[in-house]
Structures are given as C-alpha cells and as structure tokens.
Design a binder for this molecule. Structure first.
Ligand SMILES: [Zn+2]
Length: 87
C-alpha cells in the first residue's frame, strides 16, 4: 500500500501583503497602509528621513493593529501600492 506524504505546512503563517502608499511630510517619509490585511484599519509606518530612500523601509514590518491576534502578530509585508495618491 502506498502512503502519500503530505507536504509539511509551516506552522508560522506567511505574513500577508499590505499595500502602502508613500507620503512625504516635513519630518520625513511615511508609508500609509490604507487597509490593513489583518484588521482592515489604516496604519502609518515611518519611512525614514528626508533625503533617504523610503523604499528601504518596505518589506516585512510588524503590524500596528490595536486588536492583536495570532495572525496579526505575524505582521505583514509592505509593498508599494501601484496606484498614485490623489492630491
Ligand atoms: Zn491592522
């Protein structure tokens, strides 16, 4: 009899992607997550000082969810949103 070995599923959930939009203020850059994949709320992440490359701040970040869950503790991966912000 043949037994199928199931693929080993990682116990840690893969962090989802969070689309972020770059905003630049007087103090520096910010990444705005308009809709958190965990809680659906808006989060703001720092993007470094003016003159530095804010894209180095993309990638895996801890989520800023108020209501923490085992999933949200995995954080998310910040990805620059393709759509431009309307000014
Ligand atoms: Zn959240």
């Amino acid at each position: 009899m043949s037994t199928q070995v199931p693929e080993i599923i990682s116990e840690r959930p893969q962090p989802p992607i969070a689309l972020a939009t770059l905003k630049t203020g007087q103090q520096g850059h910010y990444w705005i997550v308009r809709r958190c994949p965990h809680c659906g709320k808006r989060h703001v992440h720092g993007g470094g000082r003016l003159g530095s490359d804010p894209r180095t701040f993309l990638g895996h970040r801890n989520s800023h969810c108020i209501n923490r869950s085992p999933l949200s503790s995995a954080g998310y991966v910040l990805v620059e949103s393709a759509s431009k912000v309307q000014r």
